[in-house]
Design a protein around this ligand. Sequence first.
Ligand code: SAM
Ligand code: SF4
Length: 364
Amino acid sequence: MRGLYIHIPFCKSKCKYCGFYSKTSHFEHISVYMDRLTEELAHISDKNFDTLYIGGGTPSLIPNRTLENFLKKLFKSINYNGIEFTFEINPDSADKDKLKILYDFGLTRASIGAQSFDEEILKYLGRIHNVNDIYTVFRHIRNINSNISINMDIIFDIPGKKTKINKTVDELLGMAPEHISTYSFSYDTKHFRNKSTKEQSPKEYIFINNKLTQNGYQQYEISNYAKTGHDSKHNKIYWNMNEYIGLGTSAHSMIYNCNGERIRYSNNASIEEYLKGNYQKETETVKGEELLKEDLIFGLRQTEGVDACLLAKKYGKNYKKCIDHLRPLFEDNLLNYNGERICTSQKGLLIMDSLQQYIWELQF
Ligand SMILES: C[S@@+](CC[C@H](N)C(=O)[O-])C[C@H]1O[C@@H](n2cnc3c(N)ncnc32)[C@H](O)[C@@H]1O
Ligand code: SF4
């Protein structure tokens, strides 16, 4: 599997919690930006892709004609296998015509940034949509074609507010999207730093986990739940250490070199530079024991875990040493074996950040 990610760095307004790179200006340059994306793509030698993900920022802000022209050029320049085409949609900025254009170009998955079904929380977070907008966009997508798989993003453990997470989860279950991403609030901006900390964390996580798994969703990654067959093929590329190319400001790419090392590229974050055609990337090579650490750190986010035999074959002695270091985590029931796979237990998933840190700092 090989993925293409395209970043659209424009938003109508900046949400108070969001640290992703996006601008609330430069809208007059969206069309030039889209041309630059095609130019950047021309520099990529391998244009074979199984999945396509257009995210942001707010991709649904792209004017319809501009989007149509871009998709025409894009599909002419790549060899796309049609496995999954996702487009991120903000509830306030998706009209029926845009969804129709996307569907005609092969959209298979729409990801809606719902965040909450509580009006007060939406305002508190600085969102510009309301609950009704979520229902409207959801209906539009279903009306375009009921085969489009729908994801909804929600945020829990919001500091300084009682989230009424049960209301949000009940509304979600009532709508029955095929996929639900549940993000634990992360302090990516200064705005909420003085608000009370995440005391409730395990409570809300466990509540959501129980409710979703009892109602037909399988947790396949720490933050992601899906009905059978609707797991995100594109996101799994990241966790399974497969190659992906990212286009646009602040996008990341990862490809393998002929020695099996991972080359990670990070694009410049400045929109001004990008509009000038400066596609300069920072490069980092991941090799040796770091390859194994990354396999574990990303793989163990998934409930299916990692294939122990495969890792042993790939990393030989380093794998054996690593397993010795991981023994305390097995003893504490944070990791366990499921057949030949190493998996993170629910107890382990609750402290995923520390677990990842522990693995990253191992010396062997
Ligand atoms: C890349 S963002 C873009 C999605 C889209 N622009 C939107 O806001 O609807 C993807 C998701 O990340 C989540 N997210 C962003 N900032 C977050 C934060 N500080 N803590 C937790 N989740 C966050 C939100 O749920 C958001 O929908
Ligand atoms: S959460 Fe989405 S809409 Fe809000 S600023 Fe971030 S990218 Fe833009």
